[in-house]
Design a protein around this ligand. Sequence first.
Ligand code: ADP
Length: 416
Amino acid sequence: MPNDPQKTGLFSIASAIARQRQGEVRTYLNDAYRGRYLLGKRATMDSPGLAIIVQIDPALLIEGEELPAWAHVRLSLDGDTVLDHQATGSGAAGSILTQPYFSKIVDSQSQPFMVDVTRRLSVADIVNRPWIGGFALASLLVLLLLLFTRQLKANARKLQQDAREAERRAHLQEHETRLAHALRVNALGELASGIAHELTQPLTALLSQSQAALRLVSTDSPDPALLPKALSANVREAKRAGAMLKRMRDYISKREQKPVLADLNQIVADIAELVRADLEKRQIGLVLDLATPSPQAIVDPIEMEQVLHNLIRNAADALQEADTADRSIRIETVMPESGAIVRVTDTGPGIGAEALPRLFEPFFTTKIDGMGLGLALCASLVERIGGHIDVRNHPTGGATFTIALPPVEQHLKAAQ
Ligand code: ADP
C-alpha cells in the first residue's frame, strides 16, 4: 500500500532512526499519528534498516483521577502539541484575573516534552460567596451614606448661599434707600424756591383776609355774615399751606420702604403739586392725562413720587436746551388689561442713538453737573416692586419713559 500515510510516515521515521546511535531512543511526531507520539530505536548496528518503534497515546498515560478538573494541561515537543487537555471544573470558562501558570521541560533525553499547566480563576475561587454578599452589602451602605452626606453638605451649602444672597440684597436695598433719600433731599433743595413761591399765595391770602376781618370788627356796625366768610377763607388757605409743607416733609422723610396698595392718579397729582411752581418758573407746561378709574398698584408712594420726579426733572432739563415752541411734559396713567402704566413724555430733543442703550447705567450722564444716578435708581426702585421701566423716542420728537407695574393680585401672590 504505497499511499498508506502511516506507512509513508514510518518510512521517514525509520530513515531517521537509522542515523541514531547504538542504544539511543528518540521521540518522533508524525502527522499520520496525530495525538500520539512514537519512540524509535535501532534494532542492531548490523542491520541499519531494522528499527523498533513504539506508538504511545499520552492521554492514556495520565489516570483520569490524577488529572485535576481545574487544570488545562498541554504537552508539546518542539512546539508541536501532542496532548491538549482542557479544564472542565469551575473557572474553565475563564476570568478577568491573571491565570496561575506552570511550564517545564520533562527531564528525559528520549522524551523531552514541554508540560504547560494553566489554571483559570474566577472571583468566586478567591473569595467565598457569603463574604462577597457581605462585602457588596457593606459597600452599598457606605455608598448610600456617602451620597446622603453629600446631599446634606449640598443642602447646607445652598442654605448658606441663600442666606448670603439675602444678606447681600438687604445691604443693597439699605444702600439704595439711603441713596434715594439723599437724592430726594438734594432734589427738594432745587425745588425750594418754587415751593417758597407757592407758599406765598396762601400766606398772602391769609394776610389779606385777616386784615379785612380786623377792619370789619373795628367798624361800628360790622356785618355778621362777613366775618365767618373771612375766617373760612383763612382756614382753607392755612390748610393749603399746611398740605404743601406736609408733602415736602413726607417727601424728604427718612423711613423704611413700605409698598402699599396705592392710587397712581393720587401719586401723580401729589408730585405735580411739588414741581408745578418750578416748571412754571422755567416756562414748561405740565399736562396730566389720568385714567378713570384710577389705576392701582402695590408701591411705596414716596418712592414712586421720586421715580416720577426724576423723570420730570430730566424732561425739564432736556426742554431747557430745546429750541421748540411747545415746551411741555405730559404724564399719563393707563390701565391696560393687567397691571398699570405711568408714562412721562416730553417735547424735547429726544435721546441720541449712542446714549439710548446706556441710559440706565449708573454714572452715565451727558450733563456737566449730572451724577448719572437718577435713572439707575428709578430702574432699581421700579424693579424692586416687580415692575420695569423703558424709554423710547417719540415719533413726533421728545422722549417717552414708560413705567409698567405688575397687577395687584400678582404682587399679593408673590408676597404669600
Ligand atoms: P443725570 O440727570 O444726573 O444725568 P440720569 O440718570 O437721571 O442722570 O440721566 C442720565 C442721562 O439720560 C442724562 O444725562 C441725559 O443725557 C439722559 N436723559 C434722561 N432723560 C432724558 C430726556 N427726557 N430727554 C433726553 N435725555 C434724557
